[in-house]
Design a protein around this ligand. Sequence first.
Ligand code: AHM
Ligand code: MG
Length: 291
Amino acid sequence: MSKSLDTSTSEAEQTVTDVVDGIAATTPDVRRAIADHRGQSNSVNPTGDDQLAADLRADELFERRLLDIDGVATYASEERADVKATDGRLHVAMDPLDGSSNLEPNSGMGTIFGVYSERPPTVGTNLLAAGFVVYGPITSMVVARKGRVHEYIVEDGDKRVVDDDVTVPDDPTVFGFGGGVDSWTEEFESYAEEIRHELKLRYGGAMVADINQVLTYGGVFSYPELESRPEGKLRVQFEGHPMAYIVESAGGRSSDGNRSLLEVDPDALHERTPLYLGNDDLVDRLEASID
Ligand code: AHM
Ligand code: MG
């Protein structure tokens, strides 16, 4: 059962460290799952996306590894309807295999995670740490914790620091917007038209890789509200909050169109949100254009 928690305790800090290390340690198995579980699973996740066998395998691998950690009380993921609970104090929410539709063309994919002080569904300000893994030509990991962002290379499940202070570059160069021009609102379309003349398009179909480009080159990533789907596509708890925590910790901004994504307090575990992340002036301009 969940006990009351002083999240500043060294016990909580140790649990966050164990979660980050546990995720790094699981990445070789996830890479194998990407290679060996390429087919459909004939099931859909709670938000209605088709699940690949690799989505289910990655979910199972992380659930097993993370619930084994003493301080982890619950595991929630984009691929399962309910929160899985055990004894502990902190709560992990994940997108085990983000961008899995990139599996067929062998393009980038990743893992997104957040460590919360309260059981999901919960507000993003309850995050204690967040991060993502990119399964690209190499496996890399970005972790935000205590207002600082580190980037690691992960080899054989062990991580080594390559940047101990990741910050969104001041002079942005890239943008990536999901959803397709015909489904955007008029307001977003005019913002996108301006941005298109200022920055270079980099949209890969996996948020992890696209956000990593924003962290590397500066810019803006969005999966906006759509005419037919005002709530957008991506999920608050598993994708929006963790990415917002990372980008804000790196000196950028996040928004759902009106406020920081970290202030979004979902009523339901699998709630979706429009999202806008990147250099602060680009996100400020976006908010002004769609207001
Ligand atoms: P997933 O978690 O089921 O893989 O879906 C999330 C992905 C994001 O990584 C990406 O930004 C978006 O869906 C791409 O959607 P689209 O294929 O509509 O461009
Ligand atoms: Mg995803």
